[in-house]
Design a protein around this ligand. Structure first.
Ligand code: CTP
Length: 490
């Protein structure tokens, strides 16, 4: 095995030989551990390296830093030290036996052996180590069968899951995140049943986690290729009820007089996956620079207002009128609850949730220029993201219906391009400013100015006049005259 590891170049980074040498001189044993080892076997790039030392991690880091003249950052409270070597962050920690206080994620730490340290890690696939000892450089140390679980696609805790999750409940979210992230279309990663059962039992332990850490994990789940997998697991284990109960309320199908509606939870998850897929396609086609976490949040929350708007109308069946308005109003509360930013990111999500029905509604109607101009005006620069979300929102069990709706949707898209080329509404600026109205009619700041500007804006968006100063100025003058205003000096 050690030969295979060396042949594969897993330990080619110069820091490994260096740490090996300095550890021997210092008389301590050092190992590469955790995500780096896992990612080597998965053929994935790992951004940082964790070194565990049977002895003081800080002392070894300082000794390595003396050799390389690198700056070392020491975190005495955690017993860790970090240095940057040839562009890679390398973290050093002493091998420990840990026990946890029930009310905090902060461990009580004692020195221990490598195996003590591995036993206290989250999952077997994250508890593998490569030896950096000269005698067996590159040997895999894997007492809990991490390599077997990695090959089989299994997420399992080294200890009884009740202990591992109770020690640090964040690991329940990490298990789900790893299952979603490591799964590929060819091979799913599954969390072993006893672990899932332990999560269901331990869900109340989530209360010791900070909301920020929870949100960080949710963000990572949303950024996976198929986020639905993570959210289904969150639901299955009962964790979703604690984290995002509003999402769970989308579950279920009610039937009245033989008429049911779609399960909005499944639909939402399908939309999130489709957004992720379409983003990847647009990136591959060079149409998009990178994935957008907030677009994924918008997809996750797009129908969040549905339970609050649900009605049964005997004539038409189930309706969700105004769910986008209710949903948009719910977004700030959800962001606040999860301690997520309440800045322009939240406003973007709120805007997309509020507008997500507009392009689809256009599909059913005749696509008029003025409806398209209004949509462009309201969405502004976020129009492309909104269109992606709406396209992903077209789901139905009937494939013919999906094809028909997508074709109609393409017509809306073409019309958007056409109208934008003609009228440049996307970054609309009213050709008439408040100052200009005041100067022309010699009036002080007052409501009438807003009224005149609104009239001009509506006229442009409705196609009554062109989006240019001359026509806007003429309308301003005739409208102001109808309000009894006189041009100064006349
Ligand atoms: N770890 C743990 N329990 C946690 C967090 C981390 O046992 N709650 C251990 C795992 O062995 C993990 C290592 O610390 O592999 C490093 O943690 P981290 O950097 O968060 O994760 P990685 O496994 O490196 O994965 P990635 O950074 O790719 O998400």
């Amino acid at each position: 095995m050690a030969d295979t590891i060396l042949q594969n170049g897993f330990l080619d980074h110069p820091v490994f030989a260096l740490v090996s040498e300095v550890a021997e001189e210092s008389g301590v044993r050092a190992f590469v551990i955790g995500g780096y080892v896992r990612d080597c076997f998965l053929g994935r790039d790992s951004k940082d390296i964790d070194i565990v030392v049977e002895g003081s991690g800080i002392a070894l880091a300082e000794a390595v830093a003396r050799r390389t003249h690198a700056h070392v950052s020491v975190f005495r409270n955690f017993g860790t030290a970090m240095l940057k070597y040839e562009g890679t962050e390398v973290e050093f920690v002493g091998a420990r036996r840990e026990s946890y206080n029930r009310n905090s994620r902060k461990p009580i730490v004692e020195d221990g052996s490598l195996e003590d340290d591995q036993r206290r890690r989250d999952f077997t696939i994250n508890a593998m180590a490569f030896s950096l000892q000269k005698a067996d450089f590159g040997a895999l140390v894997d007492p809990f069968g991490g390599i077997r679980d990695l090959a089989a696609g299994i997420i399992r805790t080294p200890l009884d899951p009740d202990i591992t999750y109770s020690d640090d409940p964040l690991r329940m979210l990490r298990a789900i995140r790893f299952a979603a992230r490591l799964s590929t279309p060819e091979r799913s990663f599954v969390i072993v049943p006893e672990s899932l059962e332990a999560m269901a039992r331990m869900k109340d332990r989530m209360s010791i986690l900070s909301k920020e850490r929870i949100a960080e994990e949710l963000n990572k789940m949303l950024l996976t290729e198929r986020p639905s997998m993570a959210f289904r697991l969150l639901d299955q284990t009962g964790l979703l009820e604690y984290i995002l109960p509003q999402l769970r309320r989308l579950k279920g199908v009610e039937t009245v007089e033989g008429k049911g509606h779609k399960d909005n939870f499944s639909h939402t998850l399908q939309v999130v996956d489709q957004v992720a897929l379409q983003e990847r396609e647009e990136i591959a086609a060079g149409k998009r620079a990178e994935v957008n976490l907030w677009l994924r949040w918008a997809a996750l929350l797009h129908d969040i207002g549905k339970p609050g708007s649900k009605r049964f109308d005997p004539a038409v069946g189930w309706t969700f009128h105004g769910h986008e308005v209710i949903g948009a109003r719910m977004v700030p509360g959800i962001f606040q609850e999860l301690k997520m930013p309440l800045n322009e990111k939240m406003k973007y999500v709120q805007k997309l949730v509020g507008l997500h029905h507009r392009p689809v509604a256009l599909v059913d109607e005749e696509v008029t220029d003025s409806a398209v101009r209004r949509l462009l005006f309201d969405a502004g620069d976020d129009i492309d993201d909104l269109m992606l979300l709406c396209n992903a929102d077209i789901t139905s069990k009937n494939p013919a219906k999906v094809v028909r709706l997508r074709q109609n949707f393409e017509r809306v898209r073409e019309k958007l391009v056409e109208v934008e080329a003609k009228d440049a509404i996307r970054n609309f600026k009213n050709p008439i400013t408040g100052e200009y109205v005041m100067a022309t009619f010699g009036i002080p700041p007052c409501n009438t100015i807003g009224q005149i500007k609104e009239r001009v804006k509506d006229a442009i968006l409705d196609g009554e006049i062109g989006n240019n100063f001359e026509e806007a100025d003429a309308l301003m003058r005739s409208y102001a005259a109808s309000l009894g205003l006189k041009v100064v000096g006349q």
